[in-house]
Design a protein around this ligand. Structure first.
Ligand SMILES: [Zn+2]
Length: 246
């Protein structure tokens, strides 16, 4: 049985001291690969060097997150992605974050940056990894506009997950248990689901999350779909490989 963590952040400073051990622990737990997503110039660069140290295990997705959109040097970020396009498996994370950003200026800038990266994903023929909070309708509309293969990362909003799955997007669920997540899993065909940790985030009491914990998301999908863990793992891993072409 093998597993994939379809979205994590091993470049995060919380992993600086022991990233090698964390990766070994993930391999020991049965993970075949992890997909590390960037959010700004600094951590995109860090992810590229992590990939070099972990070939065939750590795959990378580069982008500019909506949290960083307002302070980003977008031209520099776009050109970093272009220069490294051969070695990446997707563009992300990109998207819209309306919970923390309320002004028209901030949101307008997020949309501009989001569209610039969607356009790049289309040009490079890479899938897009999307962060969306409180901006579901516009997010889906923009992803559709550029016609790129889309993954909705950390899908915890049943309404957005449903709209996205109806468009054929891939729905990525985190490892942490919640009732809204159960609803998302129940409503999404298993062929469109993948599992992630979003490490180091989204774990119990703010504890550091790690890719090895992704197995608990696989177990929850198996339980909700009434499958053996082996069957669920086979399908979910296949979905992640197909989405990222890895
Ligand atoms: Zn993330």
């Amino acid at each position: 049985m093998e597993f994939i963590d379809a979205h994590c952040h091993l470049e995060h400073p919380r992993f600086d001291a022991d990233v090698g051990q964390v990766i070994q622990c993930a391999k020991n737990a049965g993970l075949a690969k992890v997909v590390d997503a960037g959010s700004n110039l600094l951590n995109n660069r860090k992810i590229l060097s992590l990939r070099e140290k972990n070939p065939g295990f750590l795959e990378c997705v580069l982008g500019c997150s909506p949290h960083d959109a307002n302070k980003a040097d977008v031209e520099a970020e776009l050109s970093l992605v272009k220069q490294n396009s051969g070695g990446i498996v997707g563009i992300g994370e990109i998207g819209l974050e309306y919970h923390y950003f309320k002004t028209e200026g901030e949101r307008g800038r997020q949309i501009e940056v989001f569209e610039a990266f969607l356009n790049l994903a289309q040009e490079l023929n890479k899938p897009a990894v999307i962060h969306s909070r409180e901006a579901g309708d516009l997010t889906v509309k923009l992803c559709e506009k550029y016609g790129v293969k889309t993954l909705m990362h950390c899908s915890l909003d049943p309404k957005l997950a449903l709209a996205a799955s109806e468009k054929g997007f891939t729905i990525s669920v985190p490892a942490l248990k919640s009732s809204s997540k159960s609803k998302v899993i129940k409503n999404t065909p298993i062929e469109q689901l993948v599992c992630e940790t979003d490490s180091p985030f989204l774990w119990r009491q703010g504890e550091r999350n790690e890719p090895a914990n992704v197995i608990s998301a696989y177990a929850q999908v198996a339980q909700i779909k009434g499958l053996e863990i082996e069957e669920a793992a086979q399908q979910l891993t296949l979905n992640a490989k197909a989405f990222y072409n890895i």
